[in-house]
Design a protein. Structure first.
Length: 651
């Protein structure tokens, strides 16, 4: 079947996304083949251990099925003739095709769509058409797919995996409700399944109007969405609205176009370790621009699925990720974006505020670490430990559309929005000055130009470092975010409390004599603690702070002076600081009030003894790898992961 252009839904989403006047986009449909190319036939029949497909249930809702052979090996799909794929699949209880096959018995045909993905190589090819034969014998299903649409897809967001057969499965339905009532939520384990996944199979349907059915006949779609684990969110308010961000892609928009015309979708999640499968179906909607940004800040395009039915099957997939291997994350996947309801601590400024930041000062601590001080055009409320969200596009611009960027994949979804922890401390209620201690990211689209300016100024005009306002470098301020702050000890409205002038916190009049904390930082993860030290140093509430501070760094000569500066001269300070540095480099003595200990190498799993940390509040900030190692050491010392306050910098 040769396509005749974009159908009404595809045209509508192209208009919403401002791509309708792009000639290349307007002709992309010509890339969709009307039959099954030979190379696709070879791919589907020899490379796939399982095949996700979309079919409709008796009331027209799409469901995504997982078809696989008995042994989890490729070869359960073959091509008996041109444009036909035959499948001999194993069925299990809860698999949607068991019920959906009733449509075939009634009508003698069914619409179908599928996507084949070779996960180790990231190759993928889609197809759509009809089921022309369906035979079920016990737990075996034999199908013929008559293919009339085929398209090769880019591998951009596929997380590569080494998959091996796992034929000894024992599938069973753990939970199921095919018709959720209006106030019903998804079970907690289903929500957790969604929010830990890095892969989903998206099924869609396009139901043609009678007047369009000859030119744009009804059809189904099956697609893939991938990202970092947790990139798909579930709305906390109702526990059933699933939110899928739309990343920059090939701009076909066939899935979103189907949803625009027929607002239904299925989502099928697979756990490649356990073999569990979560099937969802529901009402779908595309949100673009302000509506999307209101739901998921900084995400200009997304899709919501209000789940109306689900099935959770355990131990079903006859394929598993090879033991002792991990997924190879796609370099194109952008950082995870949370829903606005998931970050109540965030304070976003409206565009009407026109908030800007003027670069006021640069302290270059090393060629790749510097503190940039900014002056805001509006009052800001910043608690120690929080981060500021900045729109750097006035400085570096926004990269234009590109489908792929092999040398720099992050450019594909880069909106020039950056989030950095504030390293300065401020007296409440508001401030117009803030500092950011930043490490240059190799090849960074923002930090690269910033540090290039700083180094050039040091070389040619060092006086501008101390007063950088003549540069007139202004960027946007989006808001303040983060809950990695020292906890409130009492309700600020309570009359039995005194204000902590530096932290913006309150403490009971009968404050404890000493508060014990353990801070653990990896490298530039020291930044929130710099702000906290400065705040606690001048805290007037009479409390002393016993802080054990563990810092892992390759650059103690750079980071230790920053800590020393944050502590001040130590006179009258309520802080008793023990600083334990994990490094292979030499360290120098610090100022008064700091007990310094050096440990050669990394933080070991057995570093803490059981019970050693009893009574200490634990704070952790570092890269994902450092966080994992630190949590293991803390657990060994008797500190449950759930009690550790964490702040990463995977922005």
């Amino acid at each position: 079947m040769t396509l005749n252009g974009w159908h009404r839904g595809e045209n509508a989403i192209h208009v919403k996304l401002n791509t309708s006047n792009d000639y290349v986009v307007s002709t992309l449909y010509r890339s969709i083949s009307g039959d099954l190319p030979e190379e696709h036939t070879q791919f589907h029949t020899t490379r796939l251990p399982f095949l996700p497909v979309t079919t409709l249930d008796e009331i027209g809702r799409p469901w995504g099925s997982i078809l696989a052979g008995l042994d989890g090996q490729p070869g359960f799909v073959w091509a008996p003739r041109y444009t036909t794929l035959s499948v001999d699949a194993k069925l299990w209880e809860g698999e949607p095709l068991v019920k959906n096959s009733k449509r075939f018995a009634k009508d003698g045909r069914m619409l179908v769509a599928g996507i084949g993905i070779e996960f180790p190589t990231r190759r993928r090819n889609k197809f759509a058409g009809t089921i022309s034969r369906l035979e079920q014998v016990d737990d075996r299903l034999r199908l013929d797919f008559l293919v009339n649409e085929a398209l090769g897809n880019c591998p951009k967001y596929i997380n590569a995996r080494d998959l091996v057969p796992y034929p000894n499965t024992k599938p069973h339905v753990d939970n199921q409700d095919l018709d959720l009532s209006p106030g019903q939520r998804l079970p907690d384990d289903a929500i957790a399944f969604v929010t830990r996944s890095d892969t989903v199979f998206l099924g869609t349907t396009y139901e043609a109007f009678a007047e369009d059915s000859m030119r744009f006949p009804s059809h189904l779609g099956m697609n893939h969405r991938g990202g970092r684990p947790g990139f798909i969110r579930v709305a906390p308010a109702d526990g059933r609205t699933v939110v899928i961000p739309d990343f920059s892609g090939n701009r076909f928009m066939t899935s979103l176009g189907n949803i625009e015309a027929t607002p239904l979708a299925s989502l099928t999640f697979v756990d490649f370790i356990s073999g569990d499968i979560l099937y969802l179906t529901g009402d779908a909607q595309n949100l673009v621009g302000p509506d999307a940004l209101k739901l998921m800040p900084f995400q200009n395009s997304l899709t919501t699925v209000y789940v109306t039915g689900f099935t959770l099957v355990r131990d079903a997939l006859p394929v598993r990720q090879r033991t002792d291997t991990s997924a190879e994350r796609s370099p194109y996947s952008p950082p995870i974006r949370l829903l606005a309801d998931e970050v109540p601590s965030a304070s976003f400024l409206s565009k009407a505020d026109g908030a800007t930041a003027l670069l006021a000062k640069i302290d270059l601590h090393s060629p790749s670490i510097a503190t940039f001080t900014w002056t805001s055009s509006v009052d800001l409320q910043i608690k120690s430990g929080q981060a500021i969200i900045m729109d750097m596009s006035p400085f570096v611009g926004v990269p234009g559309y590109r489908h792929m960027a092999q040398n720099k994949p992050t450019l594909v979804n880069d909106d020039s929005i950056r989030t950095w922890t504030v390293s300065s401390s401020h007296r409440p209620p508001v401030t117009r000055s803030f500092s950011l201690t930043i490490r240059e990211k190799p090849g960074g689209a923002v930090t690269g130009p910033l540090f290039a300016i700083a180094r050039k100024l040091k070389e040619l005009k060092p006086e501008i470092l101390g007063d950088s306002t003549p540069l007139d470098l202004r960027v946007g301020i989006v808001g303040v975010t983060g809950d990695f702050v020292l906890p409130l000890f009492a309700d600020p409205s309570s009359s039995a409390s005194i204000s902590d002038a530096e932290l913006g916190l309150t403490v009971p009049l009968a404050a404890p004599t000493t508060r014990k904390m353990l801070w653990v930082a990896g490298g530039i993860g020291v930044t929130p603690f710099l702000s906290m030290l400065k705040a606690l140093r001048v805290s007037p509430n009479g409390t002393r702070y016993d802080i054990r501070f563990l810092l892992a760094t390759r650059e103690p000569d750079v980071l230790l002076p920053l800590i020393n500066s944050a502590m001040g001269d130590g006179k009258g300070s309520p802080i008793d600081l023990t600083l334990e540095v994990f490094t292979t480099e030499d360290v120098s003595d610090l100022g008064a009030g700091i007990v310094l200990r050096r440990h050669i190498g990394r933080l070991a799993r057995d570093f803490f003894e059981e019970g050693e940390l009893h009574g200490r509040d634990v704070y952790l900030c570092g890269s994902p790898d450092f966080e994992k190692a630190a949590l293991a050491a803390l657990a060994n010392g008797g500190v449950p992961e759930t009690t550790v306050r964490r702040e990463g910098f995977d922005y």
